[in-house]
Design a protein around this ligand. Structure first.
Ligand SMILES: [Zn+2]
Length: 233
């Protein structure tokens, strides 16, 4: 077999390895991206819970302020009742106001108690979720680190193949490499054997002359149909 053909077959094998490694790296990158996405989602659930807790605490504070305000108003109305010189009608109106405010305060105090319970529950749940998240994040981080190691190892292998390829390319005539690269841009298998008189790339019959020339191994022979480089087994 022609030396150049042997080298081209080797070049094709190297390119298959390179393609395989590249697609494995791509798969690992995608896996990493998925893990990162999952970590982000899990964190956002905990963040939402924390936001909810802060809102509850804020509502609770506002409610206490409102109760204080109502208390102050009642004291004010009471002062007016005790010391003010006001008409009977005005006194009745103040008493109704005081009674309404007291009812409102009592309602709000009930609400405030419920709210305190909810805050307590949410605080406990949030703390549990934060703890769980820390464990999950540590797991995800170590999974990502493992993938990174794997990628780094594949990249080292890849540079070894690149170096082999460069050495091989340097040994081949420039126009042969160009012909190969041109075909490789179209086909995964630019160099194929002739099998039973057909090109094993495109599966079409090649001429008897082509078969003979390939068998002679004096030159680089190509398929009349697909232009792949042919060799006889
Ligand atoms: Zn062909």
């Amino acid at each position: 077999m022609n030396d150049a053909i042997k080298q081209l077959i080797e070049l094709q094998q190297i390119d298959h390895q390179r393609g395989d490694i590249a697609s494995r790296i791509k798969g690992l990158e995608a896996q990493k991206e998925q893990l990162r996405h999952r970590a982000k989602q899990e964190r956002s659930i905990v963040d939402k819970l924390q936001k909810h807790l802060k809102e509850l605490q804020h509502t609770s504070r506002m409610m206490n302020l409102e109760v204080d305000k109502l208390d102050d108003q009642i004291r004010d109305y009471q002062d007016q009742l005790d010391t003010g010189i006001i008409s009977f009608k005005e006194m009745e109106a103040l008493r109704t106001k005081i009674s309404n405010q007291r009812t409102r305060i009592s309602e709000m105090e009930d609400e405030a108690l419920h709210l305190m319970d909810e805050i307590e529950e949410t605080t406990v749940r949030h703390a549990q979720e934060v703890e769980k998240l820390a464990v999950r994040e540590a797991d995800l981080d170590s999974e990502i680190a493992k993938i990174d190691d794997h990628i780094a190892q594949l990249q080292r292998e890849q540079s070894e193949w690149e170096a082999k390829r460069e050495r091989l390319v340097a040994a081949l005539p420039r126009h042969v490499v160009q012909q190969y690269d041109h075909l490789h841009a179209k086909f995964d298998d630019p160099v194929v054997p002739i099998e039973n008189g057909t090109c094993s790339g495109c599966k079409l019959t090649v001429s008897g002359t082509t078969v003979e020339r390939a068998r002679d191994g004096m030159e680089i022979v190509t398929c009349e149909n697909c232009s792949r480089i042919l060799y006889a087994r």
